[in-house]
Ligand binder design. Structure first.
Ligand code: NAD
Length: 317
C-alpha cells in the first residue's frame, strides 16, 4: 500500500515511516525540514522537501504519488511559538492540514490518519482519567489548531466519505526526540545532564503527565491502517508520572549527582493529565507494552550514545 507520511524527518513520524517501510508499504515522505533532520528520513522512502502550507506543491505530490493512505504528523508544535504567533500556528496546523485533506480527496486517498494532542486539547481536566469524549478546552493556540482539524475530518467524512482515524497522543518519548519539542523532558534532562548542565524544572516538580514510549505509538499507527475508522483515540499509558520522577529516573540511569533548579511555572501548562486508553484497547486492539522504566532505559541509552558519538567526532575533527 502506498502511504504518504508527513513530518517524517521528525521524531515520531520517522519511526512510523520506518515501521510502515519494514512492513512492506511504499512510503512517501513530506517534510520541510523546519525542525526535523534529513538523517531521520527513511532512505527507502521517496522524500519531498515541501511545506504543507504550499498548496500547489502538495497538489503536485498527490497527483504524482496518489497515496492510498495519508498519515499526517507534520505540525508547528512549539506551544510557546503558537502563543506568540497564533496566525502562523493556524496556517501550518489548520490550513496545512486542509491542503493535505483536499489533495487526498482529489486524488483518491482512502484513509487519513491524523495526529492530535491529548495534553493540549483537554485543558486542565477536572477528573483523574480523561476519556476521548471529555470536553475540549484548549488553553493555547496550538491546542486549538490541533483540535480544529478533528472537526474538519468529521465533516469531510460526513460530506465526502473520507475515512479518518485520529490518534491523540499523551507525552511521547524515545530516541530521536528533540529537546526543543512539546514534551521533550526525557530528551532535555538527558542532554543537559550529559553536558554537565543543571536541568531546570518549571514549578515544584509535581506536574503530572502521561508518558508513552515511541514503539507503542508506532504500533498504534500500524493498527490505525486497518482499524478504528472514523474514531478518535487517546494513545498513552494511563500511568501518572511527575516531572521530578522523570528527573530522578534519568539521573539514576546516567549515574549523575545533580539536583534540579526549580524556577517559576510557565503559563499555559496544565497541572495533571492522565488518559483513559480503554477505547484504543477495544476498537484498535492496541495496548502499550513498554514500561516507563524500560522506555527510560532505552531513551537514556540513546542519548548517551549520541553524546559519545558527538564527542568522538569533535575529537577526530
Ligand atoms: N512528541 C509528543 O509528545 C507529541 C504529543 C502530542 C502530539 N504530538 C504530535 O505528533 C506530531 C509529531 O510530533 P514530533 O514530536 O515528532 O515533532 P517533530 O518536531 O519532531 O516533528 C514534526 C515534523 O514536522 C515537520 N514540519 C513542521 N512544519 C512543517 C510544515 N509546515 N511543512 C512540512 N513539514 C513540517 C518538521 O520539520 C518535523 O520534521 C505533531 O503533529 C505533534 O503535534 C506529539
Amino acid at each position: 500500500m502506498k502511504i504518504l507520511v508527513t513530518g517524517a524527518a521528525g521524531f515520531v513520524a520517522s519511526h512510523v515511516a520506518d515501521a510502515y517501510g519494514s512492513a512492506g508499504h511504499d512510503v512517501v515522505i513530506v517534510d520541510d525540514l523546519s525542525r526535523g533532520a534529513e538523517k531521520n528520513v527513511n532512505p527507502k522512502a521517496r522524500f519531498y522537501r515541501c511545506d504543507i502550507r504550499d498548496r500547489e506543491a502538495i497538489e503536485k505530490i498527490f497527483l504524482l504519488e496518489k497515496p492510498a493512505v495519508v498519515n499526517h504528523h507534520a505540525a508547528q508544535m512549539d506551544v510557546r511559538r503558537g502563543v506568540r504567533e497564533p496566525v502562523f500556528d493556524a496556517q501550518v496546523n489548520i490550513l496545512g492540514s486542509l491542503n493535505l485533506m483536499e489533495a487526498a480527496l482529489a486524488h483518491g486517498t482512502k484513509r487519513f490518519i491524523y495526529i492530535a494532542s491529548a495534553g493540549a486539547g483537554y485543558g486542565e481536566p477536572k477528573q483523574t482519567l480523561v476519556p476521548e469524549d471529555y470536553p475540549i478546552n484548549p488553553i493555547t493556540p496550538y491546542g486549538i489548531s490541533k483540535h480544529t482539524v478533528e472537526h474538519y475530518l468529521f465533516t469531510f467524512h460526513f460530506l465526502y466519505r473520507l475515512e479518518y482515524v485520529v490518534l491523540r497522543y499523551g507525552n511521547v518519548y524515545g530516541p530521536r526526540q528533540s529537546s526543543q519539542g512539546e514534551a521533550g523532558v526525557f530528551a532535555i534532562f538527558s542532554e543537559q545532564m550529559l553536558a554537565g548542565i543543571q536541568p531546570v524544572i518549571y514549578g515544584d516538580g509535581s506536574k503530572v503527565r502521561d508518558y508513552v514510549y515511541i514503539s507503542d505509538v508506532v504500533a498504534a499507527n500500524v493498527a490505525a491502517l486497518e482499524r478504528g475508522s472514523n474514531e478518535i483515540f487517546n494513545i498513552s499509558t494511563c500511568v501518572e508520572t511527575t516531572d521530578l520522577e522523570v528527573f530522578q529516573l534519568v539521573r539514576d540511569l546516567l549515574g549523575k549527582q545533580v539536583e534540579p533548579k526549580y524556577v517559576a511555572r510557565r503559563p499555559g501548562e496544565i497541572d495533571r493529565i492522565c488518559l483513559d486508553i480503554s477505547k484504543a484497547a477495544r476498537l484498535l486492539g492496541w495496548m502499550p507494552t513498554v514500561s516507563l522504566a524500560e522506555g527510560a532505559r532505552r531513551t537514556v541509552n540513546y542519548f548517551r550514545e549520541m553524546a559519545t558519538a558527538t564527542k568522538s567526532a569533535s575529537v577526530a575533527g
